[in-house]
Design a binder for this molecule. Structure first.
Ligand code: FAD
Length: 287
């Protein structure tokens, strides 16, 4: 199903998985997707690793499995920095041949040797994919993208995604809902009208939250630090602290009329289930 149609009828609920890489086999990734499907998400998104052999193939393969299993919809991520139109066409042809019609169009992070060729910004990829008739999402950043000097400029650039025809936006993870509400308000003032889906990551360890925050520029509020300090060195206590914190964020978002909630479930079905339970308890999802 097309995600723009889903979003016209309801507030969405979705998960993310990353496809096979390193020690993670295709079978294991399929197993994770199967477990997550039991929570009946509106879609599962499959991340994309730019560069390196076999990565795009893995995204296509897992997105295909999700789509063809027929239990939910697949959203395939696709980055464009360093890719030509022919590269993009080759991946999109494969996705379309398996019935995948939803793509999250991203620029991708800058890296040595990954120079822009046919696409400079995500908005270029969005416009290109829209010409092909696909349902296209884009990324947005409640605290501003790391490279951008101000949130104001970042939102001006975000408007270019809407002008290019983006159907919906998914936020980078954030740990303070106030940052999201402020961002949503600024987007409204900038006449950004497409649905904005909140990305929430239940953190599972101190190392993980530090790595994620550094990579994407999200701030870690004192409330999170205090919980982690109280959890001490126990991995289980850190995991519980992360799930409890995310649950409070999710309950608050559920009360505040958001367009959708996307859980960065980090290939952990138990985290996906915990988020699902919170949202059922909050009345956002049906049991
Ligand atoms: P853009 O929209 O191109 O923005 C990048 C920067 O350029 C911003 O600072 C923006 O303000 C600026 N900019 C945009 N347009 C213009 C313009 N016309 N002129 C001047 N400046 C401009 N990465 C992966 O590698 N794989 C993934 O699967 C993946 N999934 C993601 C999912 C989500 C929901 C999010 C939020 C991010 C994801 N990323 C992923 C990370 C993403 O690739 C990086 O954040 C990347 O640095 C920026 O991507 P973008 O699509 O937002 O780029």
């Amino acid at each position: 199903m097309r995600i723009d149609s889903i979003l016209r009828s309801k507030q969405s609920f979705s998960f993310e998985i990353f496809p096979p890489r390193g020690d993670l086999s295709v079978e294991q990734a399929r197993g994770i997707a199967n477990e997550m499907e039991k929570c009946r998400p509106d879609w599962i998104s499959v991340t994309f690793s730019a560069g390196g052999s076999g990565n795009s193939q893995n995204t296509v393969e897992i997105a295909r499995d999700i789509q063809e299993a027929g239990k939910t919809t697949a959203l395939a991520h696709l980055t464009c920095l360093g890719s030509s139109k022919a590269d993009v066409d080759s991946i999109v042809d494969r996705l379309e041949s398996h019935g995948v019609e939803n793509i999250l169009a991203l620029r991708g992070d800058r890296a040595p040797g990954r120079e822009a060729s046919d696409f400079h910004h995500a908005s270029d990829l969005i416009a290109y994919l829209r010409q092909r008739g696909l349902c296209v999402g884009g990324a947005c950043y409640p605290e501003g993208h790391v490279e951008c000097e101000s949130l104001k400029t970042d939102i001006e650039n975000l408007k270019l995604k809407q002008d290019a025809g983006v159907d919906f936006l998914v936020t980078q993870l954030f740990f303070r809902n106030e940052d999201f509400y402020r961002f949503r308000e600024k987007c409204t003032r900038a006449r950004i009208k497409v649905p904005i889906i909140c990305g929430i990551m239940p953190f599972t360890s101190v190392n993980q939250i530090q790595r994620m925050a550094f990579n994407c520029g999200a701030s870690i509020p004192a409330a999170v630090v205090k919980r982690l300090v109280r959890a001490g060195d126990s991995p289980e206590a850190q995991r519980v602290a992360g799930v409890e914190y995310a649950c409070e964020q999710l309950e608050d978002l559920a009360r505040n009329g958001v367009d959708g909630i996307h859980v960065y479930s980090m290939n952990k079905p138990e985290i996906a289930r915990a988020a699902h339970e919170c949202l059922v308890a909050a009345g956002y999802l049906e049991a």
